[in-house]
Design a protein. Structure first.
Length: 277
């Protein structure tokens, strides 16, 4: 049985103002079928979703339901079998570069220190890394890496490496951030801290964010809306508006309303046999 939860702190009610740098994303009729010889995998079916500028959307769904496929389609790294994606009103028809991506494992360059790993984003875009040094340092400090900018990736823990990857995805201030289970490989405590840090960064910048996770409570803790997917072929089963105050501090995530959102999502998965007791 759940213990008595504290009520929500109404004083925390209003989120701090956001800069609102995000772009709208329009996903229309996306379906994906992978064909190889006589093998056919229907990965995604009828995905329609309008995401508002600066919105934080979390996608939860069982393994293999097409979440990573959807992210690749949004980024223009994979052409869908049908349907379209529009970012800031423009149809995506090839790799879209005005975004930041964070994958499950951080993929840092072993031979560059942490600061230079962040600045590689600027290098790759043909910019002047020196002009971004201060900003990189500020962002690294925000995620607790102030004293580590000169260290090499091998000297950092998994959580620290993943923080570096998040800063690298944000350094050029993209209006869209795509995250594919970015905390998947982390221990529970580090994961919780990363969640808190990510919310802070997002509240400051307001970039439109897609966050893929297997974690029901992580999705509820972070998102404005949680998209619940069915098993493959992945379809949108439910969309939950998460009406909880920000920042989502301890009182919020231990509240009754928070637990109710998590229950609702769990019940969706139980109906589909994804979770069985
Ligand atoms: N390039 C590919 N060629 C063939 N099949 C693929 C390809 N990419 C993905 N698939 C298949 O599409 C389905 C969806 O894969 P996807 O990686 O999108 O799932 P996912 O929801 O991200 O899973 P997980 O939670 O385990 O990461 C899977 O059945 C997978 O085998
Ligand atoms: Mg995946």
């Amino acid at each position: 049985m759940r213990s008595e939860s504290p009520s929500l702190p109404e004083a925390a009610g209003q989120p701090p103002p956001r800069q609102g740098t995000g772009v709208p994303v329009e996903i229309s009729g996306i379906a994906q079928i992978f064909r190889r010889a006589d093998l056919e995998t229907r990965a995604l079916e009828r995905i329609d979703l309008s995401v508002k500028p600066g919105e934080f959307v979390a996608v939860v769904g069982p393994s293999g339901c097409g979440k990573s496929t959807l992210l690749k389609i949004i980024a223009g790294l994979l052409e869908p079998s049908s349907g379209t994606v529009g970012i800031a009103g423009k149809r995506v028809s090839g790799p879209h570069t005005d975004l930041g991506i964070v994958f499950q494992s951080p993929v840092l360059l072993d031979w560059r220190n942490i600061l230079d790993n962040v600045l590689v984003q600027i290098d790759l875009r043909g910019g002047n890394p020196a002009a971004y040094r201060d900003k990189a340092r500020t962002l690294l400090a925000k995620v607790g890496l102030a004293e580590f900018e000169n260290r090499m990736p091998r000297e950092l823990s998994g959580g620290m490496r993943q923080r570096t990857a998040i800063v690298r995805a944000l350094i050029h201030e993209p209006p869209l951030l795509l995250m594919d289970e970015p905390f998947g490989a982390l221990d529970a405590l580090t994961r919780e801290q990363m969640r808190i840090d990510l919310e802070k960064l997002w509240l400051e910048r307001g970039q439109t964010t897609f966050f893929i996770t297997h974690g029901i409570s992580e999705a509820v803790a972070l998102a404005d809306r949680v998209i619940v997917m069915t098993p493959r072929p992945g379809r949108i089963e439910r969309i939950l508006e998460i009406d909880l105050p920000r920042p989502r501090h301890k009182d919020v995530i231990t509240s009754r309303r928070f637990a109710d959102y998590c229950d609702e999502i769990t019940e969706c998965f139980m109906r589909h046999g994804v979770i069985q007791y």
